[in-house]
Design a protein around this ligand. Sequence first.
Ligand SMILES: O=C(O)CC1=CCC(=O)O1
Length: 259
Amino acid sequence: MPLLNLGERSLYWRTDGDPSKTPLLLLNSLGTDHSMWNVLMPELLKDFHVLRMDKRGHGGSSNVTEQCSIAELGRDVLAVLDAAKWPRTHLCGVSIGGMTGMWLGLNAPERLDHLVLSNTSAKVVTEVFADRIKLIKDKGLQAIVDQALGRFFTQGFVTEASPAYHSIREVFLQCDPGGYIACCTAIRDMDQRQDIAGIKLPTMVIIGDQDQSTVPAMGEQIVSQIAGASVERMPLAHIPMIEDPKSYVQILRKFLLGT
Ligand SMILES: O=C(O)CC1=CCC(=O)O1
């Protein structure tokens, strides 16, 4: 299990699949780790060589501060790309992974081919994340887990509580609260609404019609700002790939490979 040592902290990353296939970097959402993608991997590995990593304080990556920025998360990704010796890759980022993807699309376009911005936003409602940080500091991640998972999935999936649901819940509760808070500060303080007009990469935005975290209007704003960006809509919530992995992989394949 490769760990990139950055002195006081380390970042977990892994590659899967055949290195001769098309490279694809997957960046996951807040409160999830690389295992979020497990359910898609058998299909993805038919076409892609996949790189996954855990952001600060999530999964196997440690954290040292309760504050960070999207730029710092972006530089973590570049450090992992260097460690993996991946000069260039397609990127699919979900939520905070998509926010980091937008930063990379602007600041390191030479490392990217196509950009997939899934269930994400260039700007969030600041108070939502300020309040969430306060609640976690007072009461811990347990105080927000049910609400968070209620936003991740449609009501039917929550009620059904499948093994995938339980696994996401377990990973959420194992996050380092300080790391989760640090990522919340990055989201709270971000405003990329104007900057993203500078993204020149082929870009696709995925919108969940039932997404209550990064609501459809936020995805539509990204589409309107990036010249030539295409859009795919799924009738699902914030992390739609867990509920319908087959459709999600089809959407990726069509955009990234044209098949
Ligand atoms: O609201 C949530 O918890 C979901 C979320 C917002 C940004 C992100 O990455 O996940």
